[in-house]
Design a protein around this ligand. Structure first.
Ligand code: SF4
Length: 247
């Protein structure tokens, strides 16, 4: 058992009945800290670790335990999201371990950029990895996130070698990530991995825009609309053509 008694980390918030971060209903722990600066990030207030508050795994696991029956009755579980959970690998490993010990399904939601920070023990504690690939075009990836793409692909290959279940996520942003050739490239790449159980096309939305204003941060996508339904359908169909289950 890897639960480190008293392990603590910085979190932004928790959600007790999340419906979008993995199967069933989820208890979602949003950690703080993220090395990326995605143009469309709707949690810019999570980027700095110390903008969060300190929580111990013991506190969180006590709270999660209250929801255990509810979560399992929906075939749900616990997801650690962010920010970037792999900024705090020891904390995340302990938290996942505690959830597994309770018999809960576990997931981490990550960009994969810090994949090297996740040791095999941490990954053993995650039943599912939600891997958000921001772009398959290396130049565009840098433009969108400020960081290179290759660490994410290295992590994806490692997860594939481990045979670990992955849901691939892709945020569709008009004028930013709707390069159809790059999407097709990602679909072909993902299909070869062999462990992608589902692809989720997430339409860009602006629910986080007010946070940029509050934080005094520039927001590049002020004039960008959500993607039209036909573009969402087109992105899904590209993945489906490669035999992937795209929703
Ligand atoms: S990886 Fe996620 S939390 Fe980090 S900047 Fe990008 S969208 Fe925001």
């Amino acid at each position: 058992m890897v639960v480190a008694e008293g392990a603590q980390g910085y979190i932004h918030s928790v959600e007790t009945a999340g419906a979008v971060d993995g199967p069933g209903l989820r208890f979602v722990v949003f950690t703080t800290g993220c090395p990326l600066q995605c143009a469309y990030c709707h949690n810019p207030d999570s980027r700095h670790m110390k903008n969060g508050y300190m929580a111990t795994t013991a506190e969180l696991l006590t709270e999660i335990a209250q929801y255990r029956d509810f979560l399992t009755s929906t075939n749900g579980g616990v997801t650690i999201s962010g920010g970037e959970p792999l900024c705090q690998p020891h904390f995340v490993r302990a938290l996942l371990g505690g959830c597994k010990a309770m018999g809960l399904h576990t997931a981490i939601d990550t960009s994969g950029y810090l994949g090297e920070a996740a040791d095999d023990t941490l990954l053993d504690m995650a039943d599912l990895v939600l891997l958000c690939v921001k772009s398959f075009d290396p130049q565009a990836h840098v433009d969108i996130t400020g960081a290179p793409l290759h660490p994410t692909l290295t992590f994806a290959q490692r997860l594939a070698r481990r045979g670990q279940d992955v849901w691939l996520r892709y945020v569709l942003v008009p004028g930013l990530t709707d390069n159809w050739g790059a999407i097709e490239g990602l679909a072909g790449y993902a299909a070869k991995l062999g462990n992608i159980r589902r692809v989720e096309i997430l339409p860009f939305h602006k629910m986080g825009e007010y946070k940029y204003e509050e934080l005094g941060l520039p927001y590049r996508l002020k004039a960008t609309p959500p993607p039209p339904p036909e573009d969402i359908a087109r992105a899904r169909s590209i993945f489906a053509q490669y035999g992937l289950d795209a929703v």
